[in-house]
Design a binder for this molecule. Sequence first.
Ligand SMILES: Nc1nc2c(ncn2[C@@H]2O[C@H](COP(=O)(O)OP(=O)(O)OP(=O)(O)O)[C@@H](O)[C@H]2O)c(=O)[nH]1
Length: 222
Amino acid sequence: MASGYGDASQKIDYVFKVVLIGDSAVGKTQILARFARNEFSLDSKATIGVEFQTRTLVIQHKSVKAQIWDTAGQERYRAVTSAYYRGAVGAMLVYDITKRQTFDHIPRWLEELRAHADRNIVIMLTGNKTDLEDQRAVPTEDAKEFAQKEGLFFLETSAMEATKLEDAFLTVLTEIFNIVNKKNLAADENQSNSNPASLTGKKILVPGPGQVIPGKKACCSS
Ligand SMILES: Nc1nc2c(ncn2[C@@H]2O[C@H](COP(=O)(O)OP(=O)(O)OP(=O)(O)O)[C@@H](O)[C@H]2O)c(=O)[nH]1
């Protein structure tokens, strides 16, 4: 269970960094605005550099601060690639369902993600702008098939209408939470006085979707 937009004074159990990537104008900044502040603007300027916003949620009675990072889709405005991905445990790989090219570029984004981020980062392929169904250029089946082949989660969203966005983020955050929690439980079993500390500033190694091996200790390095 997850809820709310958080309260600055509350105790935080975990901080998870999630990055948004994809071509320019697919809706990354508005996805972030919708998720972090429940806002949306049609008059969205191209992102220059990098920004992040946070939202605190409760997942399985623990307080989880989602730190969502957004950078420009346009090469010339992008943040330093390796710094952007450093410490990320989740990624939303976004395309626009009305622009085929933005989907055709997804393998390139995935390649960059796999080159720079933790190899076990949890990834959600996100087809945005479902409110423009009449202009659809990417069949759902094509994306579903690609996601299955690559071992990604997949959902179609609309930042404008707030459709499936909560689902998309919660799926990623809950998957990360379960993996990290499993790691802490394993550590507790091995070391009775171990301290399942906040993950702030720590790079974590997590198994990918569908690759959580029961009983196997997920590994973690700082
Ligand atoms: N119809 C519709 N428009 C959207 C949706 N999400 C974003 N947009 C619009 O698409 C345009 C681009 O959105 P941005 O969020 O700025 O795109 P971006 O991916 O951050 O672009 P860069 O910063 O250049 O990488 C803006 O006009 C948004 O209002 C959506 O779900 N539906």
